[in-house]
Design a protein around this ligand. Sequence first.
Ligand code: AMP
Ligand code: MG
Length: 480
Amino acid sequence: MCSLSRYYDAMKFTNTYYQLPERFYAPFKPYAFGHPELIIFNDSLAKDLGFNPSDLTPNDLAQFFTGLKTLPGSELKALAYAGHQFGHFVPSLGDGRAALIGEITTSSGKSFDLQLKGSGPTFFSRRGDGLSALGPALREYLVSEAMFYLGVPTTRSLAVVATGDLVAREEELPGGVLTRVASSHLRIGTFQYFAARRDLEALEILLHYSVKRHYSHLDHLSLPEKALEFLRSVAMRQVDLIAKWMGFGFIHGVMNTDNMSISGETLDFGPCAFMDHFNFYQVYSFIDKQGRYSYGEQPKILLWNLSRLADCLVPLVDQDEKKAVEKLNAILSDIPKKIEQTITNVFAHKLGIKEETEQKEKVVGEWLNYLHETKLDFTLAHYRLSQMDDFFPQTESWEKFYKSWKEASPERTENQNPLYIPRNHLIESVIQAAYQGDYAPFHELHEKLKNPFSPGQKELDKFSTPPEEKEKIKNTFCGT
Ligand code: AMP
Ligand code: MG
């Protein structure tokens, strides 16, 4: 047989989601793109998934990862979900510019969704074209992979293909399709979709499915404990996730409930950004005029989003709504403290202080005050502090912090404070080069981001230098 069949054999599409009732998804017909061209393929991720891409030509991959050709065992579908967008509930969102290719189970028994993003209109597209420009696809590739190398739970990127067609945005831009790999695409919004329809049967099916897929240690429980422990477990994962974001100065930008994954992975890299100079209330997203999703608001929004998940679980917890709400609230009421402690611990680690240090809250608080006051670059300040560098502006708040920090016996840290993060001005410049047909800067940046921690490096290079005022990107946009 030809080499292609070996490749096919290696992949096990299990597609458990498609065994759920038909109202969970809609069929999808791929868009006929002109001349797809493979821009990047993630070989190491492919191998983890059981692919052997060396058997395929870039052209084959470009066809598969735009949906023009279908991999055996795969079925393309758009998934249904709802969501609160900036606090307003939209009962039907769904995959408007994405389609699930199917679900792969690796030899170690873990399963992953493969999803095309920007592959054409779906049942859920509303007025959108279902397409994506190449820029946002390259951006998601860079940021999601950077997240992975930083050790933050995240969806990953398998491929970017330039479609060969133009998409109409403010100006016409080359189109792109990103292939996303996620532990699943279950979102808080998926629960909201069925809760809003009072479809109790679907809600219960979704709960059992989500537990099996992500929290199998709860599978032996029955209702209502299963629903309650599910909420607690999702909350714990999301608390850990947001604490990690905070520790890297990451601002998600659109923490809508449809973008909050049940698995606790970072999902959707739209107007996100790693902050340059420290500002507790930093916002980059052009659409976030009120600062709802600013850096410092993220922990509060996390709780708000979890409360929306809790709302959905009410009918599964108790027929008596009041009793159900009491039980769910008992779980939620522990979260604010947990968030605070987890974030403090993340920063304590960054400052080289042991978790059991009594005065850690004080030291961390003084450090953040100092950063806020001096507006130092978030990433470099942490990197230099961890290297015990003495470049810091000596203000009153520095003296205060320095004294408490020294008393807390800090140790040099490695692999807590990166030197390389995907700064917005770098991403923007590699996208602009890509639009001119030059992909070398994109690949160069991507390689750099594979080794974010570079302990002991004294000199800055163009990837670690913060943007000058004129280079700063003031606004980021969704991929739409
Ligand atoms: P996002 O801002 O990426 O989380 O998307 C929010 C919702 O808008 C989702 O339901 C998307 O599928 C949908 N959407 C975003 N962009 C497009 C587009 N170009 N065409 C159709 N639907 C879109
Ligand atoms: Mg989204």
